[in-house]
Design a protein around this ligand. Structure first.
Ligand SMILES: NC(=O)c1ccc[n+]([C@@H]2O[C@H](COP(=O)([O-])OP(=O)(O)OC[C@H]3O[C@@H](n4cnc5c(N)ncnc54)[C@H](OP(=O)(O)O)[C@@H]3O)[C@@H](O)[C@H]2O)c1
Length: 266
């Protein structure tokens, strides 16, 4: 059965994408850690949209998880036609003071799991000469972010890796989309332990321009329909990326660090 696999499907941007693909009558395979939430979501999606919705509860920060998910799709006879690598976590604060274990888990989830799932699911797509991969980066992919160093670097990896495999996939007729959300109203800040805590990073306060996950999902689907390779979600973020491109990375990093230390009175 043709299926759309969405990681981080139980909340935020992943949940919004889940609804949008269900509206388009895709059968879904949802992945996240919270089994109860996923089970309830699958029941609702199947009832409301008449699709088949299944889940696998997995911790993608565990190195074995991607291969276990791939094996489980084979056991269930699922053909993953669309892979959405959305699950991700943030972290913030002075790098040297942060728990190393959490920083390495972030890299395992944001980077290694995304690479592994892409490596597992793309070859069958290439063999079928059809398929779609969506990798979720961030505006943080465009700059080094002092006091969010590991998170921004993980998303810079996602950007570079995805831009490269986009070209490798073209001759095989596999479409790859790189999605750059800006700050979005989700559980992300809470999950990263940076919500409302100035000392844990920059620019995490919502404004009237902050997008909803539904807006981000809509921009992603519009970009997919248009055959785009990359989309920055939100007009303000698109402008921000243009401005960032004009400034050397070291200058951006210095200015972000200065502004952080001023806010903190350091
Ligand atoms: N929100 C923003 O401001 C923002 C901005 C730019 C980019 N992004 C990116 O957008 C993506 C989605 O973030 P979001 O804002 O929607 O965050 P969110 O609301 O915190 O949702 C994260 C999703 O990932 C799942 N997840 C977290 N850790 C996991 C793990 N170890 N294994 C499996 N699943 C895990 C969560 O479910 P469980 O807890 O049940 O596992 C949840 O479904 C991330 O890649 C993030 O970096 C977000």
């Amino acid at each position: 059965m043709q299926t759309t696999l969405i990681t981080g499907a139980s909340g935020g941007i992943g949940e919004a994408l889940t609804t949008r693909f269900a509206e388009r009558k895709h059968n879904l395979l949802l992945v996240a850690r919270n089994a109860d939430k996923l089970a309830a979501q699958c029941r609702q999606l199947a009832d409301k949209f008449g699709i088949t919705a299944q889940y696998i509860a997995a911790d993608l920060a565990t190195p074995a998880a991607p291969a276990e998910i791939f094996a489980e799709t084979q056991r269930r006879g699922l053909e993953v036609a669309v892979l959405i690598n959305n699950a991700g976590i943030g972290s913030g604060g002075e790098f040297a003071q942060l728990a190393l274990e959490a920083e390495l888990r972030l890299i395992q989830l944001n980077v290694a799991a995304l690479v592994a799932l892409t490596h597992l699911f793309v070859p069958p797509m290439q063999a079928r000469r059809s398929g779609i991969v969506v990798n979720v980066a961030s505006m943080a992919a465009f700059m080094p972010v002092p006091y969010m160093a590991t998170y921004a670097a993980s998303k810079a990896f996602v950007r570079s890796f995805t831009e490269a495999i986009t070209e490798e996939c073209k001759p095989h007729n596999v479409q790859v989309l790189l999605l750059f959300p800006g700050l979005t109203r989700t559980n992300f800040n809470e999950a990263a332990g940076i919500a409302g805590d100035l000392s844990k990073g920059l620019n995490t306060e919502y404004t009237s321009a902050t997008q909803t996950p539904q807006q981000v999902a809509d921009e992603a689907l519009k970009a997919l329909d248009a055959g785009k390779q990359a989309v920055i979600s939100g007009a303000m973020n698109r402008l921000g990326a243009k401005l960032l491109a004009l400034v050397p990375a070291a200058v951006t990093a210095r200015s972000l660090a200065k502004s952080y230390r001023q806010k903190m009175g350091l």
